[in-house]
Ligand binder design. Structure first.
Ligand code: AMP
Ligand code: MG
Length: 415
């Protein structure tokens, strides 16, 4: 049987980056940039003051210091606040009162903070400044000091966070080229399923996989589309599959094991979906099915997720999430390779590697993972305590407390 990493590699071969679209900057949060962006102008766009104070020339201080003066008195010829443009320049006998963010006057190569200055009532419209406060290039930023026109601003594949939204705004990028959000159709299967807002009746259970998978797809930035429940009949199933194949990804839950009504693999084949694998060496999730369907140069990835809720949950996190990230154009796979120290000894039972629901937390600056009590793939209730999972295998032998093990956060991660 395929290992998880071999199966994931097969999935990622099929997951290809999607096309892009233009969105207004105000809608670009968390979207993935589709192009490399260069700065269209210098930042800051003009020489500017970084303090409230006085714009001066250091030549003034040099002259005073040469004649042994510790203080220098300069005539204040103008006041410039942020948003204004100075009309006058500064020379060895003059200063301009300037506020943070205002453009520097011609001749200025130093801003003296207001806290370092004094006033002499005998000389209104003058400022007195200690010579040692006049330091070349102090308290100012030169045009292009943060970024030169034409330098790299953001790389394609960057997921836009608030600081990048701000940088785009600073450079006047009002329309942003981002990757399209993949559409993910979710089709639950099973005669026993009733909607979650219905009272239970004998033999029935509520359809919890559909809202779970919709929510998981949403945490990937994808557009989830509900296809409802397909009953375990060929007609109903093939109708749902046809609808699902209109999308970038089709997630089916249930019907991929060995039961008499597990019709999903045969109906996917009938719909032209080519099987890539069926069965992965893992617990939960062993019956996972994966295939693709190419139609008019558009490929739909099709995952047949095992119906047991924890199997669906884990298979989504291990296989569907990385596929969606790749389709979405994210340049780095999220938090792969994370490890934590086991909080307690653990003995894994059974022959397959176990993806065990767990609580991942930080102690003394290090990730620690505590497996939660869990009764297998149908025990969804155990997962509400967990925020992720850890990988434990019986081949390893008993685990001791403090051992380092791989971990994955579920959903949005560390919440
Ligand atoms: P299956 O893979 O169809 O054999 O289903 C395996 C188990 O998962 C059965 O106990 C199903 O009742 C349960 N199951 C299947 N689909 C869902 C679903 N959408 N929500 C909750 N449980 C499900
Ligand atoms: Mg079923």
């Amino acid at each position: 049987m395929l290992t998880v990493s071999d199966a994931l590699a097969l999935v990622l071969v099929e997951a290809v980056r999607g096309t892009s679209e233009i969105v207004p900057l105000t809608n670009a949060l968390h979207r993935i940039l589709a192009v490399n962006l260069l700065t269209p102008h210098d930042s800051p766009p003009f020489h500017k003051s970084l303090m409230d104070g006085f714009a001066v020339t250091t030549a003034a201080a040099a002259a005073a210091a040469a004649s042994g003066q510790e203080m220098i008195r300069l005539a204040v010829v103008e006041t410039v606040t942020a948003g204004m443009v100075p009309e006058k320049s500064v020379a060895t006998t003059s200063a301009i009162r300037i506020m943070t963010g205002a453009p520097l006057p011609v001749g200025c190569d130093c801003v003296v903070p207001i806290e370092r200055t004094q006033f002499d009532e005998a000389f209104p419209d003058h400022v007195v400044i200690p010579c040692d406060a006049i330091i070349t290039e102090a308290n100012l930023m030169r045009q292009g000091g943060a970024a030169r026109e034409g330098s790299q601003l953001l790389a394609a594949g960057t997921q836009l966070q608030p600081q990048q939204i701000a940088a785009l705004a600073e450079f006047g990028e009002a329309s942003i080229d981002v990757y399209r959000r993949p559409t993910v159709a979710v089709l639950a299967t099973g005669d026993e399923l009733i909607p979650f807002d219905q009272p239970l009746r004998p033999g029935a259970i509520r359809n919890s996989n559909e809202p779970m998978l919709m929510a998981q797809a949403a945490t990937c930035g994808a557009c989830p589309v509900s296809l409802g429940v397909a009953r375990d009949t060929i007609d109903k199933l093939s109708l749902g599959i046809q609808q699902g194949l209109q999308h970038d990804v089709l997630l089916l839950s249930g019907g991929v094991s060995a039961g008499t009504l597990d019709l999903v693999p045969q109906q996917l084949a009938a719909a032209g979906v080519v099987q890539i694998f069926h069965g992965v060496d893992m617990k939960p999730g062993k019956p996972l099915w994966f295939g693709t369907r190419l139609f008019e140069s558009h490929t739909t990835l099709v995952f047949g997720l095992p119906g047991n809720p924890v199997s669906s949950l884990v298979c989504f996190e291990l296989f569907v999430r990385p596929a969606l990230e790749k389709i979405s154009g994210i340049c780095t796979q999220r938090e792969s390779g994370l490890t934590a120290r086991l909080s307690q000894p653990f003995t894994a039972k059974g022959s397959r590697p176990i993806y065990q629901p767990a609580v991942i937390s930080i102690h003394d600056g290090q990730f620690v993972v505590r497996p939660v009590a869990w009764n297998g793939s149908s025990d969804l209730k155990a997962t509400v305590e967990a925020n992720g999972m850890t990988l434990l295998s019986s081949g390893h032998g008993p685990y001791s407390a403090g051992e380092t093990v791989p971990v994955w956060f579920w959903g949005d991660g560390r919440h």
